[in-house]
Design a protein. Structure first.
Length: 781
């Protein structure tokens, strides 16, 4: 890379100390030791050492006595039927324990419970997509199972698959989307658009993408009588346990799902996919524990993907750029037996003030597996279309892109009529523009150049719903003063262990080294699936409540005990520090937690508590925002995080090569729980955006309906050489309604607007508008 792009690399600004982290470090430098790690402080990951030393164990790394190995065989056709199937050679192969197909799979009470789109495969010989599971082979070793799977002969009746969205638009239908209406309308779009002097009407397209977390899905299932224990790579241990209980007709308490560490999810571990239940079936058939891990190639057929979209957008404005009419009509694909819809229209419905809006979604059934949530589902795809169209409108109206957005600033959420719980988007635009040096941008396309490199600067708005779901947690104090936190959430690699440690330490007034956090186990107090960027706010608020309740309980012991130095001191006059409680009036009156517990003869004191949405949040929608606030009341608020994305890139004038060289993202997300992990999440979101804009695309062979680039050599994701310095600015924001913690989730907003900022910068550099992702060099030549 250095040889190919020497001038780009030398032109990129040198890495410097991140101002956010420097400011955070300075802010806590004078504080007492425990406060330096309190909520907000840039504390290092508590699980970092375990991870870099290999001590963190992932689902498929667990074992069990007499473990057998399962391997999936998947369909090579995308549409048709299994006419005949010969498993005799596989069954005779060395080490084989069993071969399970639709012919011999044991009946399950409710085999299709998981909302993962397809019914549990192996139930019928019908084939709906390439890569559909057709057999599970169980053997003594993984290699023996692989070998035997290769010996299975299948005779298919082959039909021509439908895999091209544009060829089937005529069959589109309006999905039944539960609490997320497929349409959002206000005013009279057609009439208002007809008379508007400035108009942009274009179609934008985003391709199928696959999540590709580093850790592939994997499951280890063990039966003990009618009790099932499963190690499973999942974003929701509780949800997976519930699904398995329903599928196998078990009592909820008889299913135990464990997943202490997750190697990334991005949405593909957000629901139970068939391989998890199939592993449990295999363990039952084999009469012994079974481990089954998806191969990287199977990660392209077994756990969903981002649906492809076709977004027809019309932006109609007055000469001053004020929007008078806005239309977003989206088509996306879904599978033969699911109606998955991501709300690509959410940004169009609420990001800008506009009286006449027409947002709609339609689905087209194709012969693919079911699409699913992926990295800001809806918001990331939809913001590419909308924010590119806004840039086109800025050009058409000859208005600066930031100024255009300010002229259309939404003071309330006009899709619901609700006020925002908080919105600091103006501050994000201003701070981002200042840090980026937006004023240095010459607005004329192709006007900035350095040698053979055309320089482009682009920006876009970022927004994502601030989700919050009911959660519970337990806090325990042991006789030696240690704190244990138990919560049935999971850490996807984003820092959940760390922020929960900080929250507990701050509430209980102990050093974080005294706190041990247990997550990733369905027997822990229930917490929501880690999706929709809700875990920090939801699990965090529950841990805050539990820790607070525990401190209150211990404080009451201390104040109610005649022999205690705090005897009769009012509870409200008692504060704590570093494992001690003391009187605010007279700090010489102090007692250690260890002493309080010893006096009461307790080895442990525990409190469980929960957090749930208040009346300001009357309904909640999974992932997307559209229609999330339908019930109207004065107290209801629309809750979103906001941000502004700024990208500088260079395009080789001869070759069309695009290099992103600089990034500034300014975000306002309520209270900051840990500026280090927060900044990492936002940077990670921008990296996803670079992949989305320039690289990621799952290519399907129309003849066979099969994904062809099913590996990390041909499915391109950004590597370090593709990622420039990403500066994150965090805007201070108070929001007492969004969650008890006052924080908004940060997991996904970083990708929203990012692809549009890149496309807008490409236009600025080259004068070429690419409306179809990814923006590869062939589209520039
Ligand atoms: Mo995320 S796509 O909500 O797991």
């Amino acid at each position: 890379m250095d040889d190919l792009f020497p001038d780009v690399l030398s032109a990129a600004p040198a890495q410097r100390a991140d101002p956010v982290l420097v400011a955070a470090a300075e802010a806590v430098a004078g504080a007492p030791p425990e406060a330096r790690k309190n909520v907000g402080a840039p504390m290092d990951r508590v699980d970092g050492r375990l991870k870099v030393t290999g001590g963190a164990r992932y689902a498929a790394e667990f074992s069990a006595p007499r473990l057998a190995h399962g391997v999936l065989l998947q369909s090579t056709i995308a549409s048709g039927r299994i006419r005949d199937l010969d498993t005799a050679a596989a069954e005779r192969a060395p080490g084989v324990i069993a071969v399970i197909t639709h012919r011999n799979i044991p009946a399950m009470p409710r085999p299709s419970v998981p909302p993962a789109g397809e019914s549990l495969p192996l139930l019928s010989p019908e084939i709906h997509y390439s890569g559909q599971n057709v057999a599970v082979v169980i053997a003594e070793t993984f290699e023996q199972a692989e070998h035997a799977a290769a010996l299975i002969r299948i005779d298919y009746v082959v039909q021509k698959p439908a895999v091209i969205l544009d060829e089937h638009l005529g069959d589109a239908f309006v999905p039944n989307t539960g609490n997320r209406p497929a349409a959002s309308k206000r005013g009279d779009f057609a009439a208002a658009a007809a008379s508007a002097p400035v108009k942009v009407a274009q179609t934008y397209r985003t391709p199928i993408e696959h999540h590709n977390p580093m850790e592939p899905h994997g499951t280890v299932a063990t039966w003990s009588g009618s009790k099932l224990t499963v190690y499973d790579a999942t974003q929701g241990v509780g949800n997976t346990a519930q699904n398995l209980a329903e599928q196998f007709g078990l009592l909820p308490e008889d299913v135990h799902v464990i997943d202490p560490f997750v190697g990334g999810g991005f949405g593909c571990k957000g629901q139970s996919w068939p391989h998890t239940a199939l592993t449990a079936v295999a363990a039952k058939v084999a009469g012994r524990p079974v481990r089954l891990s998806l191969t990287r190639r199977q990660m392209f057929s077994s756990n969903g993907h981002r649906p492809q979209t076709r977004q027809a957008n019309v932006l109609a404005a007055a000469n001053d750029g004020k929007l008078v009419a806005l239309q977003h009509q989206a088509h996306a694909h879904t599978s033969r037996n699911d109606e998955f819809m991501e709300p690509t229209g959410a940004p169009a419905s609420l990001l800008y003030s506009c009286a006449n809006v027409d947002v709609g979604h339609r689905l087209v059934r194709l012969n693919t597996g079911s699409p699913t949530y992926m990295r800001a589902p809806g918001e990331s795809s939809g913001s590419f279309g909308l924010e590119t169209a806004m840039d086109e409108l800025a050009v058409a109206a000859a208005i600066d892109p930031i100024e255009l957005r300010l002229r259309n600033y939404a003071e309330i959420d006009e899709s619901s009529g609700h006020r925002w719980s908080s919105k600091s988007l103006r501050e994000c635009y201003a701070r981002g523009a200042e840090l980026f040096g937006w004023s240095r941008r010459d607005p004329r396309p192709r006007s900035m150049r350095e040698g053979r490199w055309a320089i482009g600067m682009g920006m876009a708005t970022a927004a994502y719903p601030a989700n919050f779901r009911p959660a519970s947690a337990k806090a325990l104090m042991y006789a030696d003063g240690h704190i244990e936190i138990r919560c049935g959430t999971q850490d996807l690699g984003t820092g959940t262990y760390t922020i929960l440690t900080q929250i507990a330490a701050e509430e209980l007034k102990v050093d974080p080294s005294k706190v041990r956090v247990m997550l990733g186990d369905s027997r822990l107090p229930n917490a929501p699936t880690s999706g929709g960027s809700c875990s920090a706010t939801s699990a965090g608020s529950a841990v805050q409540a539990a820790a607070r309740a525990l401190r209150m309980r211990v404080t009451q012991y201390a104040s109610g005990d005649e022999a205690s130095p705090l005897w009769n001191v009012k509870v409200s006059d008692i504060d704590g520090r570093d494992g001690w409680l003391f009187s605010k009036q007279d700090p010489s009156k102090a007692v250690a937690y260890t002493e309080i517990l010893a006096r009461y003869g307790k080895s442990v004191v525990e409190q469980e508590a929960g957090a749930k949405p208040g009346i300001e949040r009357e309904t909640s929608a999974e992932g997307g925002s559209e229609g999330a606030e339908k019930k109207s009341s004065d107290s209801a608020r629309s809750m979103h995080g906001f941000g502004a994305q700024f990208c500088e890139l260079r395009v080789d004038a001869d070759l069309g090569t695009i290099r992103v060289v600089r990034w500034v993202g300014a975000f306002a997300l309520g209270k900051q729980l840990n500026v280090k992990t927060l900044r990492s999440q936002l940077q990670g979101g921008v990296v996803w955006g670079i992949g989305m804009a320039l690289q990621e695309e799952s290519l399907i062979d129309p003849r066979h309906g099969r994904f062809v680039n099913t590996n990390l050599a041909e499915y391109h994701v950004p590597v370090n050489a593709d990622v420039p310095p990403i500066e994150i600015a965090l805007i201070d924001e108070q929001d007492s309604l969004v969650s008890p913690l006052g924080a908004k989730g940060a997991g996904e907003i970083g990708i929203t607007g990012a692809a549009a900022a890149i496309g807008n910068a490409v236009y600025h550099a080259t004068g070429k508008r690419v409306r179809e992702l990814p923006i590869t060099l062939d589209k520039l030549l």
